[in-house]
Design a binder for this molecule. Structure first.
Ligand SMILES: [Zn+2]
Length: 242
């Protein structure tokens, strides 16, 4: 892999090399916002793949091996509830089947999809190197979202496309176009998109800390309160991509 230029922590999309560039660095407050967006604590996030015009995270970048040792193929995790919900609508409309069918008949598109797969793996290796996790054999050659031959999760493709910029993951680019009635990159949709009251979901395992002394019912109520909104289904969906 080649890195043709130096970049510092403030580098933005306009001079980023599309496939091997490091994600935008974490800023203070990012993990708090991410955990509110997702309704759960975030772990092992090492960068932000893309940001809203206001600076809030759109995509969390996670190391390919979690600190508990589990391999994690979904490097680019769409976090913004408005984008996530919009992509879920596309999925509900049957767009994944439609795209997969096109991959069977459109050789050029199929090649682009394989290239996107390779770009994903290259970027993930770079993230792993930077995060110090090194190569993760268990997921060697395995990307996410159905790549290289299928479309099984549009959230994955959109997360990748937002992180690399246009031209790397073409079906992701297309999905971004197709959610344009609900979300576009040039506007902020953050207001009211997640709960900003009270404490963010804890960064550590809540059952070992904050819930001590609570009844099981109170613990469950606390968890349920955090699971508000579309993020629950999105998470379940994403975790199927492993
Ligand atoms: Zn915003």
């Amino acid at each position: 892999m080649t890195q043709t230029h130096q970049h510092d922590q403030t580098d933005r999309h306009d001079h980023r090399e599309p496939t091997v560039e490091d994600p935008v660095s974490l800023r203070e407050g990012d993990l708090d916002v991410l955990s509110r967006q997702l309704g759960r604590p975030v772990r092992d996030v090492v960068g932000i793949g893309a940001r809203c015009t206001c600076g809030n995270p759109l995509v969390a970048v996670t190391a390919p091996r979690l600190s508990n040792g589990i391999p994690f193929p979904t490097t680019y995790y769409l976090s913004h509830p408005v984008v996530t919900a919009a992509v879920s609508r596309l999925e509900a409309e049957g767009v994944m089947t439609e795209m997969s069918d096109r991959l069977d008949t459109d050789a050029e598109l199929a090649q682009h999809h394989r290239d996107a797969h390779e770009a994903y793996l290259t970027a993930r290796a770079a993230v792993g190197e930077r995060a110090g996790t090194g190569p993760v054999q268990e997921i060697d050659g395995v990307s996410a979202g159905g790549m290289p031959t299928r479309v099984k999760c549009l959230h994955v493709l959109v997360g990748h496309a937002l992180s690399t910029g246009p031209g790397v993951n073409l079906l992701g680019d297309e999905a971004i176009e197709r959610i344009g009635q609900w979300w576009t990159a040039d506007r902020c949709y953050c207001e009211g998109a997640w709960d900003i009251a009270g404490q963010a979901p804890e960064a550590d395992l809540s059952r070992h800390t904050r819930t001590q002394g609570l009844s099981p019912e109170a613990v469950e109520a606390k968890r349920a309160a955090r699971r508000n909104g579309a993020s629950g289904t999105n998470n379940a969906h994403h975790e199927e991509q492993n």
